[in-house]
Design a protein around this ligand. Structure first.
Ligand code: KG4
Ligand code: ZN
Length: 337
């Protein structure tokens, strides 16, 4: 590293991961993540507990990022943070810290859109997608199809009208008695099950939009009926239940992705967000890409779930364009791409 390197410290605190990362001239040096386990027993993220955990974890996480980058605070060129979308209380912790730090070091502040950053996670390592590409961003909070024309030029071409797909995974997992977050557990049990064992709805929304709220209601009523006949129905059929739920969710995701590729005539296809870890989605998509001649991009798992490296990547492109934020910036819980 030269002495004139641009070092940016990025903070992510939109939901339940507290994360910091240092990027040097576009190269991510580290990605420190403190996961909040406090939410497990509640079956979902509790906003106030998340804010408190961010308060507790943020400075140690930042200290570790600066230390392992091998730099001193005085070498930082800018401070980046997630402005939204996310939980207001969680965002406030990150924004307030980022402002105070930038103010004390007298360096620029860079706001980053979390959804934009999930997509820019594809630029942390090779191979990188070519523009334009279509990205399916699937997480606990979002399900979006995005046309990406350039690093900072993105358009949402379809999205969920209700629950996010990760939420659908987690809520059905809860109905099956699995702990939060249930998505990875559905994935695990689905590997042993038959995806055609039960038929859960495949909701078709107009255009490129999604709806995932129907499946949890369908599963709820289905289980209620089955449990009346056999109280051990879930435990005896857990693998088949998980495989069948996963099948419907993945089908719904892919129907609209195929439609988007067709409509926009783009064969560069990427997925981002925590649910891109799902092996059913990965396997089906990999086969589909071969069949259709798409170039498919899936980031490393650590860059799929919430992390500050993706915030740092977005900040790098904004720094190059001189897109800085003013010191009176506030979080936007429903920030749009
Ligand atoms: O992107 P992310 O880490 O956080 C948000 O911004 O929401 O995504 C978390 C979501 C959770 O709903 C979790 O259950 C889901 O991603 N998830 C999975 C898998 N791994 C994480 N869902 C299905 N299969 C997985 N293997
Ligand atoms: Zn996220």
């Amino acid at each position: 590293m030269g002495t004139n390197d641009i070092f940016i410290l990025a903070i992510e605190s939109s939901c339940d991961e507290t994360s910091a990362s240092v990027i040097a001239d576009g190269k991510v040096l580290n990605n420190i993540v403190a996961t909040q386990s406090v939410h497990e027993k509640y079956g979902g993220v509790v906003p106030e507990l998340a804010s408190r955990a961010h308060q507790e974890n943020l400075i140690p996480v930042v200290q570790e990022a600066i230390l392992t980058a091998g730099i001193s605070k005085s070498q930082l060129s800018a401070i980046a943070f997630t402005r939204g979308p996310g939980l207001m209380g969680s965002l406030l912790v990150g924004v307030s810290f980022a402002k105070a730090f930038a103010f004390s070091l007298d360096i620029p502040l860079i706001e980053v859109n979390h959804m934009n950053a999930h997509i820019l996670a594809h630029f942390i390592e090779d191979p990188k997608p070519n523009f334009p590409f279509i990205c399916l961003t699937v997480s606990g909070g979002h399900t979006q199809l995005v046309l990406v024309r350039d690093h900072l030029d993105m358009e949402v071409i379809g999205e969920t009208q209700d629950d996010a797909v990760g939420e659908a995974f987690d809520k059905t997992a809860k109905l099956l008695g699995l702990p939060y977050p249930g998505g990875p557990l559905i994935d695990k049990y689905a590997k042993e099950g038959n995806p055609k064992a039960y038929k859960f709805p495949i909701t078709r929304m107009p255009e490129l939009n999604y709806s995932f709220s129907g499946i949890k209601t369908a599963v709820l009523y289905f289980l209620r009926d089955q449990l009346k006949e056999n109280p051990k129905f879930i435990e005896e059929n857990l693998a088949d239940l998980c495989a069948s739920v996963q099948y419907s969710l993945v089908e719904m995701l892919l129907i609209k992705l195929k439609a988007a590729v067709k409509e926009y005539g783009v064969k560069e296809v990427a997925i981002a967000g925590g649910v891109s870890a799902n092996s059913g989605l990965r396997d089906t998509l990999t086969k589909l890409a071969v069949e259709k001649g798409w170039n498919l991009y899936i980031p490393k798992f650590e860059y799929c779930t919430d992390n500050a490296a993706m915030i740092a990547m977005a900040a790098h492109y904004k720094y190059l364009k001189g897109e800085f934020s003013s010191m009176d910036v506030t979080p936007l819980a429903k920030m749009k791409i």
